[in-house]
Design a protein around this ligand. Structure first.
Ligand code: FO1
Length: 311
């Protein structure tokens, strides 16, 4: 079966691991968010693409949710001694990814080709596609002005008030090669439990992608990153509020209307089923907090079962 997933960072990595384990013979294409991308020490860092790639390579530091397992930070220490910024922690082996990517981009390779090469080197069978080869950057407006996503999320630890969010460059961006086909040709399109505003939002902001999802509506299933009234992890609640979305499974469905057909929600949210139905969204109940590998696979099976072409 051809599977396509739309993914952000941490929450997506767990479900992707589950999908890869549940259906090892399926072809998996991941459309990854690049709105978090940043230039750190002059290097191009693509946090969500790398988190997906490392997770599928079995090398993600699962305690942190980003970077490589068994990582050291000697260069970070040495850069600190030189007075460089060190609030964004780049590990020593992770640096190789950024050095290789930055050099390839400088030689004119598009980001999609760079990711294909990196995934090949790491033995990742899945295709990890950036949503676009053109730059799109999520920016967060706070009472003290605009911040890049990483300044907001890492430097300020998401502790500042969010007044608005924008996806700079989105209107000029085009879907990366293979992105639209991956949505149109997949038997199932999975929207991972990522932040609806800063992980899935930038992907939807690339012209053409939301339309492709609308055309694929019957095959699209999303997993809610919200249980009850709060995010399973990260600042999704604050960002949804800044966008006028209720911090609930219903708010997620509103963020994904009109292309969302099925939303997998936590068993504890059974009270939302009727409200979702009124939005035209079929709710599927499951344990959506993935606390271990078995639960990652179990949730992946629910997701695939909810939209399997064989009804
Ligand atoms: N997240 C942090 O909270 N602190 C960090 O120092 C940090 C470094 C980092 C380095 C490489 C990378 O790929 C991701 C990194 N992240 C870090 C996560 C990053 O902020 C992502 O954008 C989040 O995972 C949200 O998607």
């Amino acid at each position: 079966m051809r599977l396509t997933a739309i993914a952000g960072g941490t929450g997506a990595a767990k479900l992707l691991r589950g999908l890869a384990a549940a259906r090892p013979r399926d072809t998996l294409t991941v459309i990854g968010n690049t709105g978090d991308d940043a230039e750190i020490w002059g290097l191009h860092v693509s946090p969500d693409l790398d988190t997906v790639m490392y997770a599928l390579a079995g090398r993600l530091d699962t305690a942190r949710g980003w970077g490589l397992t068994g990582e050291t930070f000697r260069c970070l220490e040495a850069m600190g001694d030189l007075g460089a910024q060190t609030w964004f922690n780049l590990g020593d082996r992770d640096l190789a990814t950024h050095l290789h990517r930055t050099r390839a981009l400088r030689e004119g390779l598009p980001l999609s080709a760079v990711m294909a090469e990196l995934c090949g080197r790491l033995g990742v069978a899945a295709r990890v596609l950036p949503m676009s080869d053109e730059p799109v950057r999520t920016r967060v407006r706070t009472p003290d002005g605009w911040l890049s996503f990483q300044e907001y999320f890492v430097r300020e630890k998401a502790q500042v008030q969010v007044l608005d969010v924008e996806y700079a460059g989105a209107s000029q961006a085009r879907p990366a090669p293979g992105v639209l086909e991956a949505i149109c040709e997949a038997e199932v399109v999975v929207v991972c439990p990522s932040n609806p505003v800063t992980s899935v939002g930038p992907v939807l902001a690339v012209p053409g992608i939301a339309d492709a999802l609308t055309g694929a509506r019957a095959r699209v299933v999303a997993v809610s990153p919200i249980v009850g009234g709060a995010a399973v992890s990260g600042p999704a609640g604050a960002l949804m509020r800044a966008r006028g979305l209720s911090v609930s499974a219903v708010g997620v469905a509103a963020a994904y209307a009109p292309w969302l057909g099925t939303l997998v929600i936590d068993r504890s949210d059974t009270g939302r089923v009727a409200e979702l139905a009124r939005l035209g969204v079929e709710a599927v109940l499951a344990d959506i907090v993935m606390t271990d590998r078995d639960r990652e696979i179990a949730l992946a099976r629910v997701v695939l079962g909810s939209r399997s072409p064989v009804k």
